[in-house]
Every structure is written in C-alpha cells, then in structure tokens.
Design a protein around this ligand. Structure first.
Ligand code: SF4
Length: 367
C-alpha cells in the first residue's frame, strides 16, 4: 500500500495462490492488476491490436478478447504475439477454441461454467494442455450464465449459487490435478457481488478476479464498481480487477486505476484537489479544473494540484498540495509546496501551473 503516514485500518490481504498471466502475477503478494476487454471483432487483428495498444497506453495490464468463432480463434496467434500485454481468450461453447488459444500463445483462458458442462469429457484434455502451456484458467461465473440446475435449486443467482457454481467448476479441473485457476463470481448488484466474493474468499485460496458485471454506463458503472471493489479490497479480497462499463474500454482502465489509487493500493500520479465551487467562486472552477487536468495529464511523477475557486478557503487547501491556485479578482495566487510564489492573471494560471510542475519534476529528477 502507498505510505500515507496514516495508521493502516485495512484488513490483511487474503492469502491466495499465485498464478502467472503471461508476465503478470495474479494473487499472492502481487499488486492488484487492472484488466479490460476489447470491443473489436477479434478476427479483425489490426483493429484489435490497435485497441489493445490504446488500453496498454492507458495502463491496462491484462486484456481479454472474445473468441466466438473460428475466425476469431484463427486470429489469436497474431494478436497474442504482437500484444504488449498478456492476452486472455474468452471462450464459450467450443472446447476446440480453448486448445487453439493455448496453442496461439494466449496467456490465459476464461471459460464459462454454464457451458463447460457440455464438454465435461474435455476437461481433462483442457487441463493437460493448459498445464503443458503454463496457461491459467479463469472460471468466470456470471449471474446471467449460471448453471440452470443451480438456478432452479437456489431460485435465483444468490451469492451461494454463484460460489457453488464456481467451486464445482474448479473441482472438475482439480480432479485432473490442475489448480492454476482464478475465479470470478460476477453479479450486477454490488451487494450480491460483495457477498459472493466474501463467501468465495473464505472457501478457497484461488486468486480472485473482481467484477461487477453489466454495471451500466460510465457514471453508474463507476460508482457500482468503486463501491464493491472498495469494500472487498479493503477487506484484503481481490487480486485483479475489471471494471465493466457500457463505455469504451479505455474508460474501464482509467476507472480501475483510480479505484486502486483511491484505496492507496497504487501510487497516485496526478491528483487534482479541486473545490466544488460555490457562490464565492471568482473563476469558472469546472473549466479551470478541466484545463489543469488536461495540461498535466501524463505528468511523470506523483503530483497533487489544488484548484480553488476563491481566496476564502482556497489558500489553506492549496497549501496542502504540491502545487495550487486560489483565484480571485481575475487573478490566481500560485502556491508551490505551501508558499505563494506568484500571482498571475487568470489567463496565465494553467501555463504557470505547468511551468511550476516542470520545475518540480526537474528538481526531483536531479536529486
Ligand atoms: Fe467556494 Fe472558495 Fe470553497 Fe471553492 S474554495 S468551494 S469557491 S469557498
């Protein structure tokens, strides 16, 4: 966890086995990783690789691609070979695509337990191929694809039903001595999802892939995921996360990273401490905040920047940051490490903050 100088109240991390997804460790003492899924047709290799490159640039560490057809399976070698991050093949219905994914050099395979039953006799073969290829398998249970028998017995996709389904699927692989598994038990309701993962965490030592499935559009999905992941990660549960949004997957990665940063599980790069504005504001705080955020996006070091709409509370808040501005009378008081270094016209606030940020970066790099 990031050292904040605060007493730690987080419960210890759950002890889990570690699997390697390509070169990314998942579970054990590995940092919680962020993953996403492409939305391109996988068979369109160039479009898929382009999207993977965008995800990689955004900080994605593991990427999943859907493999619903032979054309998609045929595309896997080109994608797995050229992707900069490990590629997970998401497979439903067809065991032959699992073998194709392993042969293609995919770093992991996700199988749907509602469908794997149809190829029970293939489980041993899959386990042997995965073991030989060093490829872990994710058992991905979703409320929507729960085994109909379990659904009938539990009445609906309860936490118990999700966990029973996952552990049953795991046992199919365990019978063949295969334990390089990670598990997800996703539900669209964060409360059900949290209960399911807690139950699962207590009943196995496999690494857990957290996800609120079908979480919704950007705003709703972000809130649902942040709430659910926040609760679980704070309890030490969860080894890799995927935020599911009805929005471009790069947004999923950004949200996932912000969740980890907010929990102190990853060092925050750019933190904007901006005020919500109020009747005292003497500047358009929203626009100024957007401009400052855009101008400092990608800054190479941790940086906390305060953007305050007035000089009433502004200076006090701005002093807590590495850099800050408190606006008033068409001007901005610029703070660096708690000291006012200059006062500039409103039109020069953004460029001055960037200059001061660069100065801080140079100082840091010359240390
Ligand atoms: Fe209002 Fe000033 Fe506080 Fe912003 S810093 S919320 S403008 S009092």
């Amino acid at each position: 966890a990031v050292e904040l100088g605060l007493p730690s109240v987080r419960r210890p991390r759950r002890t889990s086995r570690q699997v390697m997804v390509g070169d990314v460790p998942v579970g054990g003492d590995a940092p919680v990783s962020v993953q996403s899924m492409t939305t391109t047709v996988t068979a369109d290799v160039n479009a898929t690789l382009q999207q993977i490159a965008e995800l990689t640039a955004a900080g994605c560490q593991i990427v999943r691609v859907a493999v619903p057809s032979q054309d998609d399976a045929d595309a896997l070698p080109g994608i797995a070979r050229r992707s900069q991050i490990p590629v997970v093949a998401d497979i439903h219905f067809q065991p032959k695509y699992v073998f194709a994914a392993i042969d293609a050099g995919c770093a992991a395979v996700r199988v749907n337990p509602g469908n794997i039953k149809k190829f029970d006799d293939k489980v041993g073969e899959i386990a042997r191929a995965a073991a030989a290829g060093g490829v872990p398998i994710r058992i991905g249970v979703n409320a929507g694809s729960l085994d109909p028998r379990l659904l009938a017995r539990h009445g609906r996709a309860t936490p118990e039903a999700l966990v029973e389904s996952a552990l049953q699927e795991c046992s199919l692989f365990e019978e063949h001595g295969f334990r390089d598994l990670k598990i997800s038990v996703k539900h669209h309701d964060p409360r059900v999802m949290v209960a399911a993962y807690r139950l699962l965490a207590a009943r196995c030592d496999y690494p857990l892939h957290l996800g609120v499935t079908e979480a919704g559009p950007l705003m709703q999905g972000t809130v649902k995921s942040a709430v659910a992941f926040g609760v679980l990660l704070d309890e030490g549960i969860g080894d890799t996360i995927r935020v599911s949004l009805s929005a471009p997957p790069v947004e999923e990665v950004k949200v996932g990273i912000q969740i980890l940063e907010s929990l102190g599980l990853r060092e925050r790069r750019l933190e904007i401490v901006s005020c919500p504005s109020c009747g005292r504001a003497q500047v358009d705080v929203y626009t100024l905040t957007d401009q400052v955020t855009a101008a400092l996006d990608g800054f190479p070091h941790p940086l906390r920047v305060a953007v305050m709409g007035c000089v009433v509370n502004g200076p006090g808040e701005a002093r807590e940051a590495d850099l800050g501005v408190a606006s008033g009378n068409g001007k901005g008081q610029i703070f660096v490490k708690g000291e006012v270094v200059k006062t500039v016209p409103e039109s020069q606030i953004v460029e001055t903050l960037v200059e001061e940020a660069m100065r801080l970066a140079e100082e840091r790099e010359s240390r």
